[in-house]
Design a protein around this ligand. Structure first.
Ligand SMILES: Cc1cc2nc3c(=O)[nH]c(=O)nc-3n(C[C@H](O)[C@H](O)[C@H](O)COP(=O)(O)OP(=O)(O)OC[C@H]3O[C@@H](n4cnc5c(N)ncnc54)[C@H](O)[C@@H]3O)c2cc1C
Length: 547
């Protein structure tokens, strides 16, 4: 069986017949990480996701694998140590997808921390995370800082610092983890919503799941159930009747995307916003620069979170204050996304002050819920949950130990970043020969790694004369056959990131994508038309605030 909608019926029939060790609810990075860890240890695992993989927060983050410098200020040393050390591990697991990125931290007159404190803080940051050699922090003079980033407001820059982080694509990381879990025997299904739990002797013994695509429900059995539903964790705890004690506190974070030439920074920058002293990122990615994030309390519809005009204006003001020459305007924004942090409530703390630590809640019924945490720490979070499951709930009640540290992601994975660069160089040459833009080679390798070989094989077999469209359709073929794509949005948002970083291609070729999907998945005309409308709505969600 391939990881494809073509096998969906067989998969669901298998789910109905199997008695699982572990049912994982939620196909974000937390749930897929847990499924992979448990499957590698030899457990029988079913993961269900009510929408598409990474539909929730795991496609809407800042897309950094980072140690969280600002958590030092909150004295969260253990958190910084763990996620900081995880960066290098996740980079090794997927060097094409988790890419080293030097971050520039400008130091300003009468703002933030002074040079001495910053230098010490970054040294501590490196030390906690075990950063060595060339990757260690480097303090810069005013001249060096402005040479690195001439766009910065010149009057008040007094120096800067460079330190090491990694950038990624959160949704791609999630799908690669899901694919790996599937390859190791876990059954991993999207568009399957857990509606209620089933109990035996007062303990959760499975769940009733609705196949969202045909509205049919079915029951599954499992010895242990883990709730990894991100912002929806408390909805499921409530369903279980165990929403007591600690609760989630959702905060909203927004990012905006502008053409690179509207904010042509040379590298990723972490800078403060004068009006509230919060730190935000500006990160170059291909032909675009993205900026974020906000951090505001959120109490409305979890599924309906969107960028507001206020969010976008705050980020634009923040950019213009630090990079006055940019004169960025709301109209420059090409796309945006908004996500919810599933944090744990602490009385009297503001959104930005809440801890990013993960926590596990165990209910009387045996439901295990995991909340909080970071994309970066997904592997260790999974290890903690599966250790608990083994120790307390699964005979012989012994921890077998996590094996994820050796489980490379992205089929035929690269050994290191050097080999990624070599592969990219060869692909760029090929692209020049064919007449495709070199930036497309970058995009392909950073998105699919060596799986690009399969996509290029398909590309070579096709006769579509518009090369850009041919490449897009070859990617779609791959995503349908190997990445469980069931809608245009799955493909254009969560497999390729195009809606955020290349919205032009979505507007130009969206209809072709829907038509091709209709052929693959044998959609009726009515279904095809509703997909086109849904795609239009998704585009509107990214830019609607501008009206
Ligand atoms: C603005 C922002 C920026 C961030 N930046 C970073 C960063 O740069 N680096 C970093 O390390 N971390 C970052 N984070 C944190 C990180 O993104 C999250 O910690 C992580 O993505 C949470 O993943 P999750 O799997 O727990 O939740 P989610 O990704 O939300 O997954 C939960 C899934 O459960 C599914 N679900 C819910 N209910 C059901 C049900 N009944 N049945 C089946 N499925 C269900 C949902 O559809 C959803 O897909 C950021 C977060 C935000 C909001």
């Amino acid at each position: 069986m391939e990881f494809s909608f073509f096998y969906r019926e067989e998969m669901i029939s298998e789910a109905k017949q199997t008695h699982y060790d572990l049912l994982v609810i939620g196909g974000g990075i937390t749930g897929t990480g847990i499924a992979l860890d448990a499957a590698l240890r030899g457990h029988k695992v079913l993961l269900v996701e009510k929408n598409d993989f990474a539909y929730g927060t795991s496609s809407r983050s800042t897309k950094l694998i980072h140690g969280g410098l600002r958590y030092l200020k909150q004295l969260e040393f253990a958190l910084v140590k763990e996620v900081g050390s995880e960066r290098a591990i996740v980079h090794k697991l997927a060097p094409h997808l988790v890419i080293p990125e030097k971050m520039l931290l400008p130091l300003r007159e009468k703002r933030g921390y002074g040079s001495l404190l910053t230098s010490f803080g970054l040294k501590l940051y490196d030390w906690l995370a075990g950063v060595t050699g060339k990757d260690r922090r480097l303090m810069l003079t005013r001249r060096q800082t402005l040479r690195r980033e001439p766009l910065l407001k010149k009057d008040d820059v007094k120096g800067g610092a460079l330190y090491a982080e990694y950038r990624t694509d959160d949704a791609r990381l999630t799908i690669e983890v899901a694919k790996k879990a599937f390859a190791h025997g876990a059954l991993v299904l999207n568009y399957c919503n857990v509606e209620r739990f089933e109990y035996e002797n007062g303990k959760v013994a499975g769940a009733v799941i609705r196949d969202v695509l045909n509205d049919k429900s079915f029951a599954v059995k499992s010895k242990v159930t883990v709730n990894a539903a991100g912002p929806w964790v408390d909805t499921l705890r409530k369903e279980d009747g165990s929403l007591q004690g600690k609760r989630l506190h959702l905060t909203k974070g927004v990012h905006i995307v502008v053409p690179r030439d509207r904010l042509p920074i040379r590298q990723a920058i972490y800078f403060d916003v004068a009006e509230d002293s919060r730190m935000i990122f500006a990160i170059p990615r291909g032909e675009k620069t993205y900026i974020g994030t906000t951090d505001t309390n959120y109490n409305a519809d979890i599924d309906g979170v969107q960028t507001s005009r206020q969010d976008a204006e705050y980020l634009v003001r923040g950019v213009n204050e630090s990079f006055p020459g940019a004169e960025l305007k709301l109209q420059d924004i090409e796309s945006s996304w908004a996500g919810l942090r599933p944090l744990i409530h602490e009385d009297g703390k503001s959104a930005s002050e809440l801890s990013r630590k993960d926590e596990i809640f165990e209910s009387e019924s045996g439901l295990i819920s995991m909340a909080g945490g970071k994309l970066t720490g997904y592997r260790k979070m999974a290890e903690r949950v599966v250790n608990l499951v083994e120790k307390k709930y699964l005979p012989p009640f012994k921890v077998r130990g996590s094996l994820t540290v050796g489980a490379r992601l992205g089929d035929g994975a690269f050994i290191n970043y050097k080999s990624v660069r070599k592969y990219l160089l060869a692909l760029k040459k090929k692209f020049r020969r064919i007449g495709l833009d070199e930036s497309q080679a970058h995009y392909l390798v950073n998105t699919y790694g060596k799986q690009s070989d399969l996509i290029m094989e398909r590309f070579n077999e096709m006769d579509e004369p518009v090369l850009e469209l041919r490449l897009l359709l070859a990617e779609l073929w791959f995503a349908v056959h190997y990445e469980m794509v069931g809608s245009a949005q799955d493909f254009l948002i969560r497999r390729t990131g195009r809606l955020y970083f290349d919205i032009h291609s979505v507007r130009t070729f969206g209809k072709e994508v829907v038509n091709e999907l209709a052929n693959y998945l044998k959609w009726s005309e009515e279904k095809r038309d509703s997909e086109l409308v849904a795609l239009e709505e998704a585009i509107h969600r990214c830019v609607g605030f501008k009206q």
